[in-house]
Each structure stands twice: as structure tokens, then as C-alpha cells.
Design a protein around this ligand. Sequence first.
Ligand code: SF4
Ligand code: SF4
Length: 351
Amino acid sequence: MPRGHDTCWRRLGAASPGIRRYDCAMSARADQGRYTPDPDQMALWPDVSGNAINGLSETAPRRPSPVYWHEPDTIPHGPLQNWFYSRYTQSADVVAARARRQEIIDRPLPDIAPVQRLESPAQWSALIRDMAKTFGADDAGIARMDASWIFEGRDQGEWKWAVVIAVAHDYEALKTAPGDAAATEVVNQYGRALKVVKDLTGWIRDQGWAADLKGGPMAGSMVMIPAAIEAGLGELGRHGSMIHRTFGANFRLALVLTDLPLAADGADVFGADDFCTSCRVCSDACPPQAIADHKQWVRGTEKWYVDFDKCLPFFNENKGCAICIAVCPWSRPGVAETLVKKMARRRARAT
Ligand code: SF4
Ligand code: SF4
């Protein structure tokens, strides 16, 4: 049954009385249960489940295994990744955005200056946050590097710190998801995030300290979301993306790895996870019904998890989809701040 406007309002109203501006048009266009994957795509499906690779139902901790956004010939789902790009790049706007991003990727980094600037960890941390914003970040946070974020079999070096930055999408473009406008906006913001971390990495090297960078969508050697949570950039939402206290799920990440002496920010817990327990807007809107109604064990952590095998075919056929982050009530400009206050009041009443 297609989910309509009325269902959406009831669900959000129950979770969030007073937030009456949310428009469920995007949820209404989702046609749950009627999506049938393209057989040409499914012919490329490997013998292994992406959920098994991700460690779904595993209660023991382990490092993540590469599953998608890696060199296609190194992963079982590589032919599907190639299939995605063959469709995704049919849009001239997406191709132009990817070319702009590639120019940023190709820009060389400076060598590390021979003389090190010396500051206290608190001073360096404040400087790094300021410089990240000067270079165009909408938010930035610092996390102590954790080896459990590095993919099995990949070498990430011995970095001490991850400086994670966030850049917000243009919501007007993102809310058109799925389609060319939203896909172009996503590539544009990946490019903007890469520019920020490239400039920040260069600046750190100019101060005489080692630094390297990582930007999406290619996964490279480590997962970014756990680092971003530890850096205080938000909480994990039911849709498997992060929710920031200002941008909701409407943003992209990139990070800088460095040995600069820094101080960790710590996680920012403001109630998004709690809100998700009584909101189902994203799961109602997801055409292949990939978003679970409960948390699940994944490599030793109980958390929100999106079914990879259900999401990927629709994602691939629909320009990277993004419906779930577009419909999330936290993503609509101005709503996140209101919800943060609402969740703080709820916590205060409960204590
Ligand atoms: S990106 Fe995946 S989980 Fe999100 S709405 Fe699309 S198909 Fe569903
Ligand atoms: S991720 Fe967003 S849309 Fe999904 S349940 Fe949480 S608040 Fe609702």
C-alpha cells in the first residue's frame, strides 16, 4: 500500500507535537512493497549477502569489511557499483559535478614544513575548528583515532586524531530525491567537503605537522560515521545516516587524519536516537522497505541498521536515492533546533 500524507502526519505528530511544518509529499510518493528490482541489475548480484559482509546479527566486535564504494574488482558487489555508475553518469549535471570534484582530488598537497609550530592541545583544537570553518565547513569536531574504524585488511597508518567536518546540502535540491537534482547536490557537497579537508590538511602541513585526508563517497581505508559520532557531529538515525543538531541528516562528511596534539570533543547526545524510537517517517517512505523498525546487532554493537540487500537495488536504480535523509523531519531547515529543545524538555521531565 502506498503511504499517504495522513499516515505521515499522524506518525510525526505522535513523535513531535507542535512540529507542524513537515510536508510528507516525499513520503507519499514512496510506493512501498511495489518495487521490483531491475533483472539486469540483479543478474550481477553476488552469491554473498551485503548484510553478512557488514556483520549483521554478529554480537562479537570486529573491524568492518569492505562492502561498497571500494575498487570494484576488490569487492563482491563491484559489478553492481559499476552498474550504478553507468546509469548515474547519464546526467550532464552529475558528470559536471564529478569533474569539479575530481579537480579538487587532483590538487597536490604541500610538503610538511620543516619547522613545527607549537601550541597547547586546547589551542590547536580551537584553531583547527576555526580553520575548518574558514575553509568552508559548516561544522567540525575532533575524535581520538580508533583502530576499530579501519577496514579489515586495509592500512590506515598510525594516526592519533580524526578531525571530522560536515557540509550541509541545499535542502531545496535534496528534497527532490531521488533524481538528478538531488544526485548533483550530493556530488557537489562531497566536492565541497573534499575541498575543506584538502585545504585543512595543507594548512596543518604548513604548520609542520603530518596530516592526510579522506572524503567520500569512496570508502577508502576506514568508516567515517563512527568517527563523526565520536567527534560530536551527531547521532545515528534509524535511516543509518547521522542526524546533526542543526542540519538533521542533510549533510556530508569528510575528515583529516593528523598527529597534531589535539583534545577530543566527545559525542553529542541531544535526543535524535530517542526520537527515532517513536518516528517511522523514513521507514514508511523507503520504497524497498529497507529500514528496520528496531535496532540490530552489527559487529558487536546494537544499533539502527539499513538492510543493504534491500536498499542497494533501489539506490542503484534511482541515482543514489536519498529519500530517507530528505524525508527525515530533522533535515528540514529550522526543524532540528526545535526538536533539540523538545527532546531536552522531554529528558528534563523524565529526571
Ligand atoms: S537510500 Fe536506501 S534506505 Fe534510504 S530510502 Fe532509499 S532505498 Fe530506502
Ligand atoms: S531517522 Fe529521521 S525519519 Fe527516520 S525515524 Fe529517525 S527521525 Fe524519523
